[in-house]
Every structure is written in C-alpha cells, then in structure tokens.
Write a protein that binds this ligand. Structure first.
Ligand SMILES: NC(=O)c1ccc[n+]([C@@H]2O[C@H](COP(=O)([O-])OP(=O)(O)OC[C@H]3O[C@@H](n4cnc5c(N)ncnc54)[C@H](OP(=O)(O)O)[C@@H]3O)[C@@H](O)[C@H]2O)c1
Length: 247
C-alpha cells in the first residue's frame, strides 16, 4: 500500500471504463473508506462488480467500501442529487477523480457536425464544471480536497481531424488552472493529467497494427492519479501533468 486512503471518501466518475476499472483496483489496494463509482450502463456496472469480486475474493471486506450510483454526469440535476446523497451519508468528500470522457476523431471540420461538437464539449468539459462546482463547496467547508480531471495530450497539441475533442480537452486544462487559483487557500488541489493513447482493449481493436508497447499502461496512469490524490503531491496545484510515456 503506497498511499493511505483509509479515512477518505472518494468519487470516481467513469469508473466502469477502461482506465476507471484499473484505477478502482489501485484505489482498493490502498484501503479507502469509501469509493463511490458513478455509472451509466447497468451492463458495464455488473461487469465491473464481477471483475472486482474475482480480483479481491481473498479480501472481500475491501469490496464493502464500494458504492455504485447511476448518474448521467452531463446533467446538473443528477450530479446535484449524487453529491448531496454522498454528503448526507458521509459528511465529507475528500477526493474526486473525474475520469469520464469520450472521443470523436477522424472527421475534419467540414465533416464534424454540431451534435459532435456538443457531445465533446458536454462529456469532456461541461461534466468537469458541473461536478467540480458541486463538490468544491463541501471541500472548502472541510478545508480539504483533491480533484483530478483527465484531459489529454491533444489538449496541448492537436494534430487534426479531432478539433471538437481537442478544444474540449484544452478547455479542461484552462478550467483546472483557473479553479486552482480559487481554491488554493482552502487546502484543495485540482490538477489534470494528459495521457496519449492508453493501452485499452478498444484501442487495440481500433489500431491492431500499432506498437502497443508505446502506449500508456492504465496501471501507470493510475499510479500518477493516486499520487495526485495523496498528500505527497500537496505542492502541485493547477497543473496539467504530462503523462505521455514513449509517444
Ligand atoms: N483511451 C485513450 O486512449 C485516452 C487518451 C487520452 C485521454 N483519454 C481520456 O481518459 C479518460 C478515460 O478514457 P477511457 O479509455 O477509460 O474511456 P472509456 O473506456 O470510454 O470510459 C468512459 C467512461 O465514461 C462513462 N460515461 C460516458 N458518458 C457518460 C455519461 N453521460 N454519464 C455517465 N458516464 C458516462 C462511460 O460509462 P458507460 O460505460 O456506461 O458508457 C465509461 O465509464 C477519458 O476522459 C478520455 O477522454 C483517453
């Protein structure tokens, strides 16, 4: 156990996704008080539960710290309800890792339509605003908080055919930077990470001829996130951490 999260209430959005699943396992190995995982699809949620039960069957007590709450994180009323339910139950939220996100690429500006644009801004940028604005007042009151958002290297260096995605992830970096100034005197850290291609099953399916060894291992990314959620990183605030690996 590298970090001690035994008294921490943690929220992970997008926990049923490729990175989220590995991140949850990494957190569980640090024995948190509670991890609330938001999910959208029942199927993905049941798959994750089964996977975690297999992985932690020797220490099933660990799994009692898990709570799954169905939430559409693009909707303010659903997030508001989520956060007030967690606060009512635990009286505190120490850590938020906002993993939720999506990608639309392979379309140039003439092919990209308005719904693509709204989808990218909604899932990659607006969600960060919505959930942060409900979690931060609780953290300010308790004078403790760690927020980590997941941006992308594309947020600082775009290469074409993904302008909506690039704009959304770039906006997220400035959002984090701006909010960091607002919370710096409240013992709250907000940062984001900038992965390139993560080694996931869906990326392997989409790019079967790529050199997977150059991609980002989700376990390595989780280690960085856990560090940013720990007090070891208390001097890091408002940063976009390069997590490019070998690309
Ligand atoms: N994969 C990469 O190569 C890569 C590279 C750079 C950055 N990133 C970023 O890293 C993060 C994780 O990526 P990933 O590959 O793990 O993504 P993923 O496997 O597609 O997972 C996305 C997660 O977001 C959830 N989600 C999507 N829309 C939602 C909504 N409206 N309400 C609630 N949940 C919603 C999904 O839930 P459901 O399963 O129920 O739909 C899933 O849990 C994302 O922010 C992504 O943009 C990824």
């Amino acid at each position: 156990m590298k970090h001690d999260f035994s008294d921490k209430v943690i929220i992970v959005t997008g926990g049923t996704g490729a990175l989220g699943r590995i991140l949850i396992k990494s957190f569980l190995n640090c024995h948190p008080k509670t991890i609330v995982i938001t999910y959208r699809s029942e199927k993905e949620m049941h798959e994750l539960k089964a996977d975690l039960s297999n992985s932690f069957e020797q220490s099933s007590k660990i799994l009692t710290s898990l709570e799954f709450i169905k939430t559409d994180v693009t909707k303010d009323d659903e997030i508001k309800k989520l956060i007030s339910n967690i606060f009512e139950k635990y009286g505190q939220i120490h850590i938020l890792v906002n993993v939720v996100g999506g990608y639309i690429g392979g379309k140039n500006i003439t092919e990209l339509d308005e719904s693509d644009w709204d989808k990218m801004i909604g899932i990659n940028l607006k969600t960060a605003f919505l959930i942060s604005r409900h979690v931060i007042p609780i953290m300010i009151t308790n004078r403790y908080g760690k927020l980590v958002h997941v941006s992308s290297r594309t947020g600082i260096k775009a290469e074409g055919n993904d302008s909506a995605y690039a704009a959304s992830k770039s906006g997220l970096i400035r959002f984090v930077e701006s909010v960091s100034h607002e919370v710096k005197n409240s013992n709250i850290n907000i940062n984001c990470i900038l992965p390139t291609i993560i080694d996931t099953e869906s990326n392997r399916r989409a790019m079967p001829n790529a050199d997977f060894t150059r991609w980002i291992n989700p376990g390595d990314l989780s280690n960085v996130i856990l560090f940013l959620c720990s007090d070891d990183s208390k001097i890091i605030n408002g940063s976009a951490i390069p997590t490019y690996g070998l690309l």
